[in-house]
Design a protein around this ligand. Structure first.
Ligand code: AMP
Ligand code: ZN
Length: 144
């Protein structure tokens, strides 16, 4: 896609620090290096976000991730964990609209990375929780 920075990286029109490539997927260092080895994994096919994946593209992308995760683990034995993050749309902090998955190695809880999971269980009754689950379940089935 024209004017997409990640398509340009795939096509070698702009440089990147490549860590992996095959016919479907490209992986390279995120320029910000939130932690050492912070890597982006992207499909070569341009899709904006997770909502545009079909099953084949999801298979192509997500089957490569454990392999790259293990490569990070063996490359950096001091690594103690890994966050896998995929932002979709602006409200969810997406800034580059070619879908990508962040692999963020963790070396300590004091790394310059954080995720806040607010706790709101008290806002919902059991019935409301069940209604929410039903609402989603119905859509998963009808989208099949
Ligand atoms: P997100 O905020 O999830 O859309 O993440 C986009 C990521 O792309 C950010 O972490 C940026 O640091 C990264 N990024 C943007 N441009 C480049 C580039 N030319 N090379 C490597 N990483 C980039
Ligand atoms: Zn693109």
């Amino acid at each position: 896609m024209e004017d997409c920075i990640f398509c340009k990286i795939i096509n070698q029109e702009i440089p990147s620090y490549k860590v992996y490539e095959d016919e479907k997927v490209y992986a390279f260092l995120d320029i910000t290096q939130v932690t050492k080895g912070h890597t982006l994994v992207i499909p070569k096919k341009h899709v904006s976000d997770i909502f545009e994946y079909d099953e084949q593209l999801a298979t192509d992308l997500f089957t490569r991730i454990p392999k790259i995760a293990r490569a990070l683990e063996t490359a950096f034995p001091e690594m103690e964990g890994l966050n896998i993050v995929n932002n979709n749309k602006e409200v969810a902090y997406q800034t580059v609209f070619h879908s990508h998955v962040h692999l963020i190695p963790r070396y300590s809880k004091k790394d310059d990375f954080s995720l806040h999971f607010g706790k709101h269980m008290e806002d919902y009754t059991q019935e409301q929780m069940q209604a929410i689950a039903n609402q989603i379940q119905k859509q998963v089935k009808s989208n099949e």
